[in-house]
Design a protein around this ligand. Structure first.
Ligand code: HPA
Length: 273
């Protein structure tokens, strides 16, 4: 069993020494959504490659940066890019942004991601709040992951997503007049996109959006007793829904197209959360 406190001791100490005030809210920015940081007052930024033990980012649209930032008087911890299982990392590495957020004092975390739309009502460019997650394909690893937390007595799982945080997000979308679907986020390990047959199965089992991240992060955050919510940017129709071939360029292009709406929503959330 890996002791995360031991493994990432130096990394956490280095980050702690850089801040004078604990951040309140952590935000993980998914594929193509990294430009959000341009809207914030950045206090300090780090390349994740400068942090001891931080797994290097291998994906083009993932910057691999951590920012201490501020917006609406709230201290924020922003992860520009995340760590994916399909990059060859262990889940105990993929949850590092959540672990860092917790150790630095955040008790709320907003996970964002790019996802394919399974629900036929969804169109590329839509936003979806996760009402629940399906990570059945990683159940064994998730269970092992919980065993890795190495801190006893924490909120035993699963309080995720947080219903109070989700209510705040829904309220903000109404205030900002932004259409926000609610639905089930389904996880696959990737790195290849799904087959139409897999998507058809997920649809029959109630999946609304499909992605390759977030679920293990949400489970871990819930386990640590953090309030966690997830917003997906629907960047494409999932395989077989439209007959179009999927590619990563469509994912980043759609995320780029809707960034104003996404940024307005997240800034609104920060101001009232
Ligand atoms: N499938 C899996 N992950 C994704 C997709 C998809 O269609 N779009 C963006 N991330």
């Amino acid at each position: 069993m890996i002791d995360l406190n031991f493994k990432y001791k130096e990394l956490i100490e280095q980050l702690r020494s850089e801040i004078s005030e604990e951040p309140y809210l952590a935000i993980v920015l998914g594929s193509g959504l990294g430009d959000f940081v341009k809207n914030l007052k950045l206090i300090k930024s780090f390349s994740t490659s400068s942090l001891p033990g931080y797994p290097p980012s291998t994906i083009q649209s993932h910057e691999g940066k951590i920012h201490f930032a501020e917006s609406a008087g709230k201290k924020l911890l922003i992860f520009q890019g995340r760590i994916h299982f399909y990059e060859g990392y262990l889940l105990s590495q993929c949850i590092l942004p959540v672990f860092i957020s917790y150790k630095l004092g955040c008790r709320k975390i907003l996970l964002t991601n790019a996802a394919g739309g399974i629900n036929p009502m969804f169109e590329p460019g839509d936003l979806m709040l996760a009402s629940s997650f399906n990570g059945i394909s990683v159940k064994k690893e998730l269970t092992d992951l919980i065993g890795l937390a190495s801190e006893k007595g924490k909120n035993n799982f699963y309080n995720f997503p947080s219903s109070s945080f989700n209510e705040i997000i829904k309220h903000t979308s109404l205030e900002e007049k932004i259409n926000l679907w609610e639905g089930i986020y389904w996880y696959t390990k990737g790195p290849s996109y799904e087959t139409p047959a897999e998507i058809m199965m997920m649809r029959k089992f109630g999946g609304d959006a499909i992605g390759m991240s977030t679920v293990h992060e949400a489970v871990f955050a819930g386990y640590l007793g953090m309030e966690v919510s997830s917003i997906s940017c629907i960047t494409n129709y999932a395989a077989g829904i439209s007959g179009r071939k999927l590619d990563h360029q469509e994912v980043t292009e759609t995320a780029n197209r809707v960034k104003d709406k996404f940024e307005r929503l997240v800034k609104g959330i920060i101001s009232i959360v």
